[in-house]
Each structure stands twice: as C-alpha cells, then as structure tokens.
Ligand binder design. Sequence first.
Ligand code: ZN
Length: 334
Amino acid sequence: MPTKTRTKTKETHTKISSEELLCDQVISFFEKGYQFKKDWKKTSTSGDIINFSTGKDYTNSNVILLLMAQAIGNYKHSLWSGVFQASGKKTKKDKGNGLQIRKGERGSRIMMPIFIKKKDKNGNYVLDQNGKPVLICTGFRPTCVFNIDQFLDCDKKESIIKSYTVASAPGAEAEAKKIEHKESQKIIDKYLEVEKISFAHGGNSAYYSPTTDHIQMPPKEAFNSTCGYYGTLYHEALHSSGTKERCNRPSLLAPNSNRKMYALDEIIVEFGSVILCQSQKISTIDKLQNSSAYIEHWIEILKENKKTILQEILSQSVEAVNYLKNAGEKKDEK
Ligand SMILES: [Zn+2]
C-alpha cells in the first residue's frame, strides 16, 4: 500500500525550515560558549568578511552570522562562498573551473536579501538615473555558504587565499592597544550632538539611562583596547537609539522589571555593536565579556520562536546601527 507508506514517511521526517536551522546555528554558538572574537591585526586575510567568488564584503546581519560560523567551524579564513558560485559553472551541466567542495562538508546559513522591482501607482517599473529598475528589499531568506577551508585544496584555492592575504603592518600590536579611534569617535560625537544625548566619563560602570537620556562611560584609561572602549560605547549608544522618538524599540521601552525584554534589548545592541566594530575594522577580541550574564536568557528567547525571532532581532540591530550612523549624516547635509 504505497500511499500509506508515503504518509508515514512524511510524519516521521518533520521538516525543519531553514529559518529554524539558522536559529539553531546561533543557539549552538551561545550554548557552546563561543564569543565574537575577531582580531583584525592577526587575521591572515585583510580582516573583512568576504565572498571570494564576488569579492564583495558581507555586511550587517551576515557579519554576525559569519563570525559565529567561523568560530564554530574554527576556520582560519574569513572567506566564504556558495558552492555553485565557487565552482565557476555557468550552468548546472557546465564543468566549471573553480573550487570543489569536500565531501560531507556542512554549510553555514546566512541571510540573502530578496529584491523585487519597484513599481509606481500605475504598475510601471520605477527607473533610476541610469534607466535601470529600482530594486527594493522585501525580506530575507536563509541560504548556505561554505568557508574556503571546506573546499578541496588546489592551486586556485591557494591563489584566492593569497590574493586576500595582507602582511600585518609593523606596529600593529601597539595600534590595537591604542584606545583612540578617530572614525568611531566622529560617529559617536555626531550622534550625541544631533540627538542631544548627554554624556559623561567617570565611575566604573557603563550604562544608558532612558529616564535622563544619558550615557555614562568609565574613563578611557579603564579600558585596555579599542574594542573594549568603543565596543562598550557603541553598545550604550545603541541602547539610546531605542527611545520612542528614535527607533521606538519595545525591548528598551519595557519596564526594567521585565528581565526577558531587558535581555532582548541586550542582544539587539550587542549584535549591533559587533556590526559597528566590524564596519570600523575594530578587533572584537574583548566583545561579549560583559554580556555573559544574559546568555542564558538569549538562548531561552531564541528557542521560543525559532522561525522568526532571529530575523526580528537582527533587523532591529541593523535598524539601530543605521540610525546611529545616519544621525551624523543628517547633520552633514545641513
Ligand atoms: Zn546593555
């Protein structure tokens, strides 16, 4: 009775959506006690997280997901690609002249934006200055990429790695220990000025107070790395982006007694801070040290709704990051 057998198979193999698999990847990162540690000065590649087939940098949410995947897989390089992309094939039947994946390797999930062509009220495509259709992002879908370490060794692989490898600059070690980071300071200064957020150094804890709209940071001397200082400052500034007038983020606006919402805002700003550090090329070797108290809550939150929660968290992180960065740009336009 073939029909019956088929039904049975269906029941025993409950299909796990790619969203859930992606969420499991993040849960396992936290459960295994991994941290966002990326030392720009010691990485063999230039430090960027790059798609080696297109040469493009991964940004925003994918920075978080790929830093996690690299830690879990213990890969040496920050170079990634889809299997088909890396194969150099133009069609599926094509032989291709690119890299071949090792048997049995498992991919890491990232989010691919889904674009559609923008239409006007009359249903006609909106065109840009060059006459090309304007694309709008309607959401994301998970897709699999593989680290270059997962591909079979060959001359081509060696030359790809070589092309992205930069010698570490003399004095790089001392540079990493310097607290000052002009570009980050500029972003923060502009943000604080445009948003009229009060700020002070002093004491031994970093915090943001929504009631007084104030950021407090320990003195710079209390930190021993650029990341320690700016990673923390970004974290607190990102909390401040959640007020009603700014991003209107429910997790910041919830009462302090709501521990789960508190932890949710923590993960949103912590992801945001890692994204900002990465975009500023600041090593994140000291990241997440202060967040370990929340990790259990984070795992709990992620397990509750594996289908959508991660996308929600990451999109709020990216929104907060863009808000912080654009506050400065708004001022430049004046
Ligand atoms: Zn915090």
